[in-house]
Ligand binder design. Structure first.
Ligand code: CO8
Length: 276
């Protein structure tokens, strides 16, 4: 990317089809600056157009931090109209991430605070490493979550739990996140206590790759269509939600892959899908 703050890595061999998107702005703990958001939008455009990418894993190159949220230093230098423009770009980036056709998995191996947490809420799955630290600290900064957090977190865990987290600005770890339904999976530190360096290791990322590998063999068009239907499920009224599901279903019917699935079943073998 132009500023090198977002790095795309395409995996190969058995992991071919997995793409890792790494946030890479170590000196500011991946704080969301203008340049990082520009890189992110550029990367998302590229991924959207890439039919070889079947699953996207978002991670950070910075040990102990996923994303520190809004760049509070850059913010202090912005005029109100700069802030308006920046917010617009940030919100567009998050919507683009949420509506990416491929499934997305956020690997949380450290702090994901404020805008960084909101970023992870735009992914389909969240996997927490032992050092994950989540929270919406905005009210402690006398602002409110402004990049979709009040809406996306409420859709995920309901209004009362969201209010509890936003009013208190509390930071919380992997297990509370799991019990609230914010993360799909937690890597237990005890699982890997045999190694000295374990906690520095990107355990959440390793686990996220395992999830990606489990999605990879399934029909790519089917997975994309499922994502589209489910993304609409929480916004559409029930009648149009069912219509959208039907439209998505209609997309998978004419695919080669659907016939391959039926053949493989009959021949008692694993299907090999091509994504068409
Ligand atoms: N913005 C700018 N710089 C940051 C930020 C940030 N958010 N976070 C850390 N940095 C910088 C530090 O200033 C420091 O710089 P320097 O070396 O020049 O002093 C460097 O990164 C390292 O910081 P730490 O020593 O604190 O690093 P640690 O690894 O010990 O801790 C943490 C990492 C836990 C992430 C810690 O830095 C921290 O708590 N940061 C602040 C988190 C926060 O409050 N974020 C803002 C939330 S509010 C928000 O995101 C609003 C979003 C709304 C979107 C719409 C806005 C209009």
């Amino acid at each position: 990317s132009a500023n090198g703050e977002v790095v795309l890595t395409r995996h190969s061999g058995r992991d071919s089809g997995i793409l890792t998107l790494s946030l890479n702005r170590p000196k500011a703990r991946n704080a969301l600056s203008r340049s990082l958001v520009a890189d992110l939008r550029h990367a998302l455009d590229e991924i959207r157009a890439d039919s070889d990418t079947r699953v996207v894993v978002l991670r950070s190159t910075v040990p102990g931090v996923f994303c520190a949220g809004a760049d509070l230093k850059e913010r202090a230098t912005m005029s109100p109209s700069d802030v308006g423009r920046f917010l617009h770009n940030l919100k567009s980036a998050l919507s683009e991430l949420e509506s990416l056709p491929q499934p997305t998995i956020a690997a949380l191996d450290g702090a994901a605070l404020g805008g960084g947490f909101e970023l992870s809420l735009c992914c389909d799955l969240r996997i927490a490493g032992p050092r994950a630290l989540l929270g919406l600290p905005e009210t402690s900064l006398a602002i409110i979550p402004g990049a979709g957090g009040t809406l996306r977190l409420t859709k995920l865990i309901g209004p009362s739990q969201t209010k509890a987290l936003v009013y208190t600005a509390r930071r919380f770890g992997p297990y509370p996140a799991m019990s609230m339904g914010i993360v799909n999976d937690v890597v237990d530190a005890a699982e890997c206590m045999d190694e000295q360096s374990t906690l520095d290791h990107a355990l959440g990322y390793e686990r996220a790759l395992e999830w990606a590998r489990e999605i990879l063999p399934n029909g790519p068009v089917a997975v994309r269509m499922a994502k589209r239907a489910i993304n609409h499920a929480s916004t559409a009224d029930p009648a149009s939600g069912l219509d959208i599901e039907q439209l998505c279903y209609a997309h998978v019917i004419p695919t080669e892959d659907r016939l391959e699935g039926l053949r493989a079943f009959k021949e008692k073998r694993k299907p090999v899908y091509k994504g068409c």
